[in-house]
Ligand binder design. Structure first.
Ligand code: COA
Length: 193
């Protein structure tokens, strides 16, 4: 019977990780492009995990990263190649990343997910099913969607986390094409440990 194992990516796998991200991007998936330098930095920190799919043999079958910046932990760059989809690999990668963030001392993990629909379901719904709270549309007119985000943070008892979202905007969004063209369709989501 097939088995899924989640392990840290090593420098030996760098070319594979680079290719897996490029392939996902080529298919038009909402994944962030990564330079080889960034991939190397993530590997050296132990923040890039991969799924090993053990069947007749063992194959690399997906990856995920923990981005740590200014005290904020974020799930990024989740991709599972199409030939391994729908086998629970995405879910296992997410669970392992939650454990990694928890072990690194965080009390919560953010992610930003497209509200684009596929097969009658959005990624926001996928993550909500795995225990992430939907904080609503992240941006409005180029700024953090303050009213909705604070209201949703208050509903989960943490309005004081609002500055984390401003930090995210400052650190990552200005260089993003989607932000510049006012095309960002992402929802902010958070999982509390
Ligand atoms: C999203 C993704 C990681 C899921 O991987 P997976 O190993 O197939 O996930 P699981 O087997 O654990 O769960 C499958 C469920 O994910 C959900 N799902 C997968 N892709 C989805 C998408 N694009 N939109 C909405 N839901 C999706 C479906 O509910 C699916 O259920 P089903 O198998 O009953 O159809 C994978 O489809 C992928 O790499 N997509 C492209 C990259 C991407 O969108 N990354 C997320 C960036 S925020």
């Amino acid at each position: 019977m097939a088995d899924i194992e989640i392990v840290p990516v090593t420098l030996y796998d760098m070319d594979w990780a680079d290719m897996a991200i490029s392939e996902s991007l080529k298919r038009g998936n909402p994944v962030l492009a990564r330079s080889k330098e960034e991939i190397k930095r993530l590997i050296e920190r132990g923040n890039l995990l991969k799924a090993l799919y053990h069947d007749a043999g063992s194959s690399n079958a997906g990856l995920i990263t923990l981005e740590e910046c200014d005290g904020i932990a974020e799930l990024r760059t989740l991709c599972v190649p199409e030939e391994y989809a729908h086998r629970g690999i995405g879910q296992r990668l997410i669970e392992s990343l939650v454990t990694l963030a928890c072990n690194n001392g965080y009390e919560k993990l953010y992610l930003f997910a497209s509200e684009r629909e596929r097969g009658g379901k959005t990624l926001v719904e996928f993550y909500a099913g795995l225990g992430f709270h939907d904080l609503g549309k992240f941006l409005k007119e180029g700024k953090v969607n303050e009213k909705e985000i604070i209201s949703n943070l208050s509903a989960i008892g943490h309005p004081e986390w609002y500055p984390d979202l401003q930090t995210k905007l400052l650190n990552y969004c200005y260089g993003c094409q989607k932000y510049q063209k006012n095309l960002c369709d992402e929802h902010a989501m958070v999982k509390i440990f």
